[in-house]
Design a protein around this ligand. Structure first.
Ligand SMILES: C[S@@+](CC[C@H](N)C(=O)[O-])C[C@H]1O[C@@H](n2cnc3c(N)ncnc32)[C@H](O)[C@@H]1O
Length: 276
């Protein structure tokens, strides 16, 4: 999957699963926003903002006088994010932008934030170099990226169930993808090369509610449709493949259901630092 697909089909798929994905990822906002050090009226850019949940949550927590702009390569997601704004939401806006090529804004930002957007850049070198120019000198950034695949059962459990039925491509950490920076060394080198400094990586571990608060059968259906390209792989293999993967995954998820919701452990890296 590349940027082009995010701008088209993959963006549409994320939009189709938006309420479930946003509810699932919401626990990550707390450590991510804390890492932004919102200590005064600030100009904040949310990179790869998707449907806008994190940008909206930042606006609610930022000191009065702050401005939040969300940017995403997917026109469909930007349209959805804009559709959530109320007339009184004047301090927030959403725009379509490819971070590798979008021109540096006349007024730079004091903060850059991204929840799981930076791993999907087709050309990370160009995107990080460009983003460094978006940040005012002394400005801070905080990015959330998934930790190693094997420390993220929310994905491995689904992957294992799918792999029982169809071939699942092995992880390619040189290509855009959720676990590209599971080992953060390549990311740290890219950030360093782009001019970001004082970079620190903190680990956040927590349980994520799969698709929100869903029972095992519903969570299985959600995960197969929403995660990676599993839905496409299974659809290509035919109807029986989808059913057997769903059955196998439902059985695996049942042991993780409490009070009607499946929760699975996650390991997230929060990468923060300063523009020198
Ligand atoms: C996993 S989604 C995360 C969306 C959102 N931050 C959230 O957590 O709900 C990754 C997002 O990055 C966006 N993206 C990928 N490549 C991009 C690029 N080069 N420029 C801007 N956005 C990009 C995608 O369109 C997608 O919305």
């Amino acid at each position: 999957m590349t940027e082009t697909t995010w701008a088209a089909a993959r963006g549409e798929r994320w939009r189709a699963q938006l309420p479930g994905m946003e509810a699932m990822l919401a626990p990550v906002d707390e450590p991510l926003i804390r890492a932004l050090h919102l200590d005064g009226p600030l100009r904040i850019a949310d990179i790869g903002c998707g449907g806008g949940a994190t940008a909206l949550s930042i606006l609610r927590r930022a000191p009065a006088g702050s401005v939040v702009h969300g940017f995403d390569i997917s026109p469909a997601l930007v349209a959805t994010a804009r559709g959530r704004l109320r007339p009184e939401d004047r301090a927030i806006a959403f725009d379509v932008a490819n971070m590798a090529t979008a021109p540096v804004p006349a007024e730079r930002y004091d903060r850059l934030v991204s929840r799981f957007g930076i791993m999907f850049f087709d050309d990370p070198q160009a995107a990080f170099a460009n983003l460094a120019g978006w940040l005012a000198p002394g400005g801070r950034f905080a990015f959330a990226a998934w930790g190693p695949l094997l420390e993220n059962p929310w994905m491995t459990i689904v992957r294992d169930a799918v792999a029982e039925v169809v071939d699942v491509p092995s992880l390619d950490t040189d290509a855009p993808g959720a676990f590209r920076y599971g080992d953060p060394r390549a990311l740290l080198a890219a950030l360093d090369g782009a001019g970001f400094g004082e970079v620190e990586v903190r680990q956040w571990r927590g349980a994520l509610p799969i698709g929100g608060a869903l029972s095992a059968p519903e969570a299985a259906k959600f995960a197969l449709a929403a995660f990676s390209s599993f839905g496409e792989l299974l659809a290509k293999a035919g109807g029986a493949a989808v059913d057997s993967a769903r059955e196998s995954l439902t059985a695996r998820l049942a042991g993780h259901e409490r009070d009607g919701a499946v929760r699975l452990d996650a390991c997230v890296h929060i990468i923060e630092g300063v523009r020198a």
